[in-house]
Design a binder for this molecule. Sequence first.
Ligand code: PMP
Ligand code: GLN
Length: 383
Amino acid sequence: LVSRMRAFGTTIFAEMSALAVRTGSINLGQGFPDTDGPAAMLDRAVEAIAAGANQYPPGPGVPDLRHAVSEHRSAHYGLDYDPDGEVLVTVGATEAIAASVLALCEAGDEVIAFEPYYDSYAASIALSGARLVAVTLRPADGRFTFDPDELRAAVTPRTRAILVNSPHNPTGTVFTRAELAVIAELCQERDLIAITDEVYEHLTFDGVEHIPLATFPGMRERTVMISSAGKTFSVTGWKTGWVCAPPPLVGAVQTVKQFLTFTASAPWQLAVTYGLRHELDWVAALRSGLQDKRDRLMEGLTSAGFEVFRPSGTYFVQTDIRPLGFTDGLELTRKLPALAGVVAIPTQVFYDHPERGAHFVRFAFCKKDEVIDEAVARLKRLP
Ligand code: PMP
Ligand code: GLN
């Protein structure tokens, strides 16, 4: 393995899901739903295969999907992207993030990301030879947020880009207009590119709305906006994502993307096109169902003795394990199958400063009610 990848072993998601299978534990670790996406959309994928959509689609993506993505951005956010030249279909958001970093960051450049961060950011940045500079999100008034001065101080003459994930995995924070304004201002002052990971754009709660950074004045031209179908339509295995950005940015990303995967799978693209055009009511129901599940898991974890942070978005509840007498989340999550028959994710692995997140553990609530209830019942028996 090349030296720049040696720090990256097996992802925590693979480790913990394997642990769940091996021990027969309830898996509240890796974030994937245990129910399917909209039936009519699933049918469209089957029909697409039967109808012969089985050869390479165009590199930038099936034109119909690019149109559907463009219409969706316009209807939801008032952002207009030309389906021919400003939209690129990728193999999930993961490829979009990797291709964006590889296309836009030189070796030696610095890329800012908020820690705890989604694990692929550090690996993609390392592959590019750039350097991740982490700005820490800390709990304040029950939600994780950043200190604007700390963010400003993290920018140096080498800073090329900032990776912004909102709704944020793993903390559940949805950045407010004021927080995003700080980021937008800084991007313009210091001429930074924003790479935004918006895969949970539709999964927000309590009436909180996701605001894309690209909607801020002066930001569309410097933002690479990324999302995917996995979370919106409960099809994480379909790995269908997209990038929206002005031609110079999307063109750069496409140049890299064509040599990573050339193109993304055809049948899913056709089905997701249908989803974006016809299944947004289904998504609204998913969102309100998830809000109930969030409340259910929060209540359960609280009664099991965890300190719980209320997420405004995503699939995840962040907890502090210290009230239970534990201090190290990695140690606890590795023991949790034996102690309680439950798997969770140690948040510290998403930090450059692991000590800042040592006592946090993430639980996923995108699960059937009975699965959540059984996990809570088991956790209540923790010694
Ligand atoms: N970004 C974040 C914040 C995620 O949680 C995930 C996992 N779904 C991804 C990106 C990857 O998305 P995809 O499965 O579309 O590659
Ligand atoms: N996004 C999901 C999570 O955070 C799964 C990611 C993965 O398995 N790579 O749990």
